[in-house]
Design a protein around this ligand. Structure first.
Ligand SMILES: [Zn+2]
Length: 63
């Protein structure tokens, strides 16, 4: 995928298992939406769960 493109998903904190809506960047970064500094528990490690079928993609182009 092109640089800068993101995919919406759901991720959980690896420390406390809190679930967040998140974006996956083309470089593999998992960025929770609304919690730019990481989980409220202080962790910045997240794990993607499920798939993106029930989320609305952002900036997706449909031909
Ligand atoms: Zn946490």
């Amino acid at each position: 995928m092109p640089d800068g493109e993101r995919e919406r998903t759901v991720a959980t904190c690896e420390s406390c298992d809190s679930a967040y809506a998140a974006e996956i960047w083309s470089n593999g970064t998992i960025q929770p939406i609304g919690t730019r500094t990481g989980c409220e528990c202080g962790s910045t490690e997240f794990q993607v769960i499920g798939d993106t079928s029930d989320t609305v993609p952002q900036n997706e182009e449909i031909d």
